[in-house]
Ligand binder design. Structure first.
Ligand code: FPP
Length: 244
C-alpha cells in the first residue's frame, strides 16, 4: 500500500490561460504563451523532486471547438515548443511521450512529435507526457477496440476481459497510475482527462491560474498530497496494520 509522501506520477489540467490574459487585457493566446513558461517551471520542479512521471493536459478532444485562430495558435505553439525544448529535455535525461489521437494533427506536428519521442526514448529520468487531442473516453474506447480485435483473432476469449486487462491497453499502461491530480484556475472537474487512471488519485484544486503556477504553488500541492491518507477502499486501521 502506497503511503509515501511524494507522488510518483502527477497529472495536471493546466487551466486558466485565457482568464490570465483577460485580466491583463491581452489576447487569449498570450495566456497560452505564458502557460509554456509554467510548463517549463513545472517540469523543472518535478525533475528536482525526482517525480517519475508528469502528465500535462495540453489539448483535449473538445478543444477543436475553440475559435479557429486560437486552435491554429496553439498548434504553432506546440510545434515551436517541441522544436525548441526537445533537445533541452534530452540533455536533462528527460523522456517525452505524447498520448492522444494524433492523426488529427498536421503532418508537420505529427513529425515533430515522433522526432521528439524518438530522441528522448531511451532517457531514464523524469517522463513528461503531453496529452494532446486526448480524451479519457477515447482512451477507454481504443482499449476496447484493441481487446475486441484480440477476441476476433482468437488471442483471448471475451470472458477473459476484466478491469486489469482493460488497463493494460490504456495509454501509459506501463507507468504507475497518477497519485496526484492537479487542476488550476478553480474549476473542479476532471473534464474527460484520464478518467480511468484517476480512479484512486488524490485530487487537488487551486484557484491559481496556470501561467501563475510556479515552484511555490507546486510545493503547496505536494504538501497537500503528503497530508492525505490513501486508503484504496480500506480502513485507516487496516493501513496502520499493513504498514506496521
Ligand atoms: C486551458 O486554459 C489551456 C489550454 C487549453 C492549453 C494549454 C496549453 C499550454 C499551457 C501551452 C503549452 C503546452 C505545452 C505542452 C507546450 P484555457 O484557455 O481554457 O483558459 P480559460 O479557462 O481561462 O479560458
Amino acid at each position: 500500500m502506497n503511503t509515501t509522501s511524494l507522488p510518483r506520477h502527477i497529472a495536471i489540467i493546466m487551466d486558466g490561460n485565457g482568464r490570465w490574459a483577460k485580466l491583463r487585457n491581452l489576447p487569449r493566446v498570450m495566456g497560452h504563451r505564458a502557460g509554456v513558461k509554467a510548463v517549463r517551471e513545472t517540469i523543472r520542479c518535478c525533475a528536482e523532486k525526482k517525480i517519475e512521471v508528469v502528465t500535462l493536459f495540453a489539448f483535449s478532444s473538445e478543444n477543436w471547438q475553440r475559435p479557429q485562430t486560437e486552435v491554429s495558435y496553439l498548434m504553432e505553439l506546440f510545434v515551436s515548443a517541441l522544436q525548441r525544448e526537445a533537445k533541452k529535455l534530452h540533455q536533462q535525461n528527460i523522456q517525452l511521450r505524447i498520448i492522444g489521437d494524433r492523426l488529427r494533427f498536421s503532418e508537420k506536428l505529427q513529425k515533430q512529435m515522433a522526432k521528439a519521442e524518438e530522441l528522448t526514448a531511451k532517457n531514464t529520468g523524469l517522463i513528461v507526457v503531453i496529452a494532446a487531442n486526448y480524451g479519457g473516453q477515447w482512451d477507454i474506447a481504443q482499449a476496447c477496440q484493441t481487446l475486441a480485435k484480440e477476441v476476433e483473432q482468437g488471442v483471448i476469449t471475451s470472458d477473459e476481459i476484466n478491469a486489469s486487462l482493460i488497463q493494460t491497453k490504456l495509454a501509459l499502461a506501463d507507468l504507475p497510475l497518477p497519485d496526484l491530480f492537479i487542476r488550476t484556475s478553480g474549476e473542479m472537474r476532471i473534464s474527460n482527462f484520464m478518467i480511468w487512471q484517476l480512479a484512486y488519485s488524490e485530487l487537488y484544486f487551486t484557484e491559481c491560474l496556470w501561467p501563475d503556477f510556479n515552484a511555490l504553488e507546486f510545493e503547496k500541492a505536494l504538501n497537500s498530497y503528503s497530508l492525505r491518507e490513501r486508503r484504496y477502499g480500506c480502513t485507516s486501521e487496516q493501513l496502520r496494520t499493513d504498514n506496521a
